[in-house]
Design a protein around this ligand. Structure first.
Ligand code: EPU
Length: 445
């Protein structure tokens, strides 16, 4: 039976939260363990659903995954890597988007990879055409005909290639890295994504013995090697979770110290935070985010690839902008359909209008195509509690902070989605002083 979270709003969140390894790095680092010829150790691993999903995927492929119960560190031994059965694969259909990244490592070890139908947040079509094109460049053959997903084979091995991405996709860049490191010869990737999580993945691949350079203008070059060893790596902390708690502090007029937040990975977020009237203090251990009093200011903002303002920071920030005095405009240029969450905010009292025009200057792939990817937010508007069903990870977090700031009581379902990316979420909320209760669905509504 599902759960319902009851939130009594109006309490400023105050205290400390700790962010651990990034959701957008840790599962990929776990996949990289398949490339080694001896065990890898990953530290700073959060207890989130995506880690559980990838642990299970590794296990069905014969990797021994051992968790140190005291620290949470994972040791992954790929020496028994084997082909998983289609039934085993099928149990992971719709769980996450990470399975597509198993292709390169499995093709190197086994010559074949069976990938389940993918899941992940519903924030647009989320195609995998770049991934499949990349794999074809390396010489892989793709067969989508199977009932359980896609089979990919490399009967003649994988060979390095010159590849240019149509868009600096995070996942497709990771696909290239995880495939090129053991492919024959050299790979050159143009228009690569260079998010901090990608640079951290490169760091751990380098520890394994990979030959990688990151050049000017988003060009990554990899010289394939025959063998890689295991790594011992501490995952970089989750900057998206940090930004979410920062917005929660602002929206609830609170004061939250985010232990583990790293300034250099949040530069454009911090700049924006200060522009709209939030304040922060950077220390060696983390960043304190707080509402310094006074009015919040509206702004014009476009999401972009790194080092721009990240798409995953947009949704919690929109809630803060509903409390700013004036009109804000946000142009979402990474995903075509990432404003669905604003419907619930409007039900709570926010004034948000969505437009299909590009309200911004960044060249965007979604103009003139009927995607409501620009938002005009007029504030300040008081928010009142509501019944909300969470649509996706970041949109869901934004609903929660709206409910935490709102007058009255909200009931939130679909809360399981939050566990995909926010570790010990309930514990953290309670620790910050939120008035929240979790109940079984039937008994409370
Ligand atoms: N795209 C394609 N074809 C592809 C791949 C991507 O058209 O084959 C498009 C996407 O539809 C999107 C754009 O390219 O419009 C960028 O997608 P990207 O590949 O960069 O995203 P991703 O790798 O699927 C990761 C994160 C997302 C984050 C994006 C952008 C993980 C597991 N997910 O997704 O995180 O928003 O990069 O930085 O790393 C989240 O944390 O809530 C989340 C959605």
């Amino acid at each position: 039976m599902g759960k319902v979270l009851t939130i009594h709003g109006g309490v400023p969140l105050k205290g400390k939260v700790t962010v651990r390894g990034a959701k957008n790095l840790v599962p990929k680092a776990m996949v990289a363990a398949l490339l080694g010829d001896c065990p890898s150790v990953l530290r700073n691993v959060p207890e989130i659903k995506d880690v559980a999903v990838v642990t299970s995927l590794l296990k069905i492929h014969g990797v021994t995954v051992t968790k140190d119960e005291a620290t949470g560190d994972l040791t992954m031994d790929p020496s028994g890597t084997k082909t998983a059965t289609s039934n085993e694969i099928d149990t992971h259909a719709g769980d996450s988007r990470i399975p597509i990244l198993f292709c390169g490592p499995l093709l190197h070890s086994l010559g074949e990879a069976l990938i389940p139908n993918l899941g992940g947040c519903k924030i647009g079509d989320r195609p995998i055409d770049f991934h499949l094109d990349v794999l074809r460049h390396f010489g892989a053959e793709i067969d989508k005909a199977g009932p359980f997903g896609t089979t990919i084979r490399a009967p003649h091995g994988l060979t390095g290639a010159k590849i240019s991405l149509p868009y600096p996709s995070v996942g497709a860049t990771e696909q290239v890295l995880l495939t090129a490191v053991r492919a024959k010869g050299t790979t050159e990737l143009e228009n690569a994504a260079v998010e901090p999580e990608i640079l951290d993945l490169i760091s751990l691949l380098q520890k394994m013995g990979a030959l990688i350079t990151v050049g000017r203008d988003r060009v990554i070059r990899v010289t394939g090697v025959e063998k890689l060893k295991g790594y011992n790596h501490k995952a970089l902390p989750d900057r998206n979770e940090a930004a979410s708690w920062a917005s929660a502090a602002l929206v609830t007029k609170g004061d939250i110290f985010v232990e583990g937040a790293i300034q250099r990975n949040l530069t454009s977020f911090l700049h924006t935070y200060r522009q709209i009237g939030g304040e922060f203090e950077v220390t060696d251990d983390g960043i304190r985010f707080f509402h310094p009093g006074g009015e919040l200011k509206p702004l014009i903002l476009e999401t972009d690839v790194h080092p721009g303002f990240m798409t995953d920071w947009q949704q919690p920030l929109v809630v803060a902008l509903t409390q700013a005095s004036g009109v804000s405009i946000i142009h979402e240029t990474v995903y075509e359909n990432r404003f669905g969450f604003t419907t619930a905010l409007v039900e709570m009292g926010a004034r948000v209008q969505l437009h299909s025009e590009c309200l911004g200057a960044i060249p965007c792939r979604f103009g003139q195509r009927n995607f409501k990817h620009s938002a005009v937010i007029t504030g300040p508007t008081p928010l009142t509690g509501a019944d909300i069903d969470i649509p996706d990870l970041r949109g869901g977090f934004s609903h929660l902070i709206a409910a935490l700031a709102a007058e009255g009581t909200s009931h939130v379902t679909g809360i399981e989605l939050i566990n995909r990316g926010y570790e010990k979420f309930m514990e953290k909320l309670t620790g910050l002083g939120a008035r929240v209760e979790m109940n079984e669905l039937a008994s409370s509504l």
